[in-house]
Every structure is written in structure tokens, then in C-alpha cells.
Design a protein around this ligand. Sequence first.
Ligand SMILES: O=C(O)CCC(=O)C(=O)O
Length: 176
Amino acid sequence: MDDYRRAFDRLFAEPGRAPHAPYQARHLDAPVVLDLCRHPLLLARIHARLGPAVVLWRTNFYRKDAGDGALDWHRDRDHWGGLLDPMRALSAWIAIDAATRESGCLEFRGSDHATVPVELAPGECVLFDQDAWHRSRPNTSAARRMGLAVRFTLPSVRIRATRNQGRTETLLLEQR
Ligand SMILES: O=C(O)CCC(=O)C(=O)O
């Protein structure tokens, strides 16, 4: 992950992008981001759950600097509205930096309403679907907490928002 992190930091430092733009849909223009999205260890787990053909339909970097605030409980299906029909998605949130309780790791709500913090070392990831309730607390550490969410769905799912800056965001990945 150290090599990826260095490459990503160079991308984010490139001038000329709107403040949020360095973090969205970078698999389209940055081969190093696509490379991580297609990492064999990741795809093996995605194919095991979704089958031999999957669609990468969205990527988002989530940056939480030291002192940054919380993201409240939500399910991704409620944010995506009618973007996917039917609503079927599997997200891989990959830790670029260490994600700890102190730095604001993702937390999931179990069926018994217990909260499960998922601490990740750089390079580890957590998989969750559109129905998983999750949040992240403020970053009370001194370090940045960056993650990359890679969103997958099935080829049979109709994707309504497929364009970002005039280009299609989706990519069909077939198991080798
Ligand atoms: O990184 C975060 O703090 C939130 C990420 C999230 O909500 C997501 O990937 O769906």
C-alpha cells in the first residue's frame, strides 16, 4: 500500500481540479487507481460473492484528516436513490492509511444494534452491501485516514448515472 499511497498523493496534489474532484471516479483517468480496483486479491473476493462477471460502477476516495468530523449512520441505498435498478451493490472500502477507532474507521451496526468498529491496516478492506448501516466517527488522531471505496454491481443491474465528467464510469470485469 505504500507505493499506492505515494502514487495517490501525487494524484491528489495535481493542480486544476475542483476541491472534491481529486477524490471521485479516479479509476477513469488514473491507471494506478484502476490497478488497485482490479487487484487479484480483491477481485477474487468480489467474484466469490457476485459471480464471474461484475461491473465496477463507481469509486470514491474518503479522506478524513486529523480533526475532521463524523459521518452519521446511513445505508448506501438511501444515498443512491434510483441509481441502480435493482439496487444491488457490493462496496470494498480499502484502507489507504490506517483506519483505527481514533482515526475514524468505519463502524457497522449489527442486527442486534450493537456497533462493530472495523479497524483496518493499510491494504486491508471491508466488504459491505447497500443495506449495511454504517458510520465513521471523528478523526481524533494526529494522522490522516484515507480510504478508497470501490463499488461493484452485476451486469444485469441497470445503472442510471453512468457518466462522470462526460465519461462512462462503469467497467465490466470478467473473472480470469
Ligand atoms: O469513509 C467514510 O468515512 C465513509 C465511507 C462510506 O460511507 C462508504 O464508503 O459508503
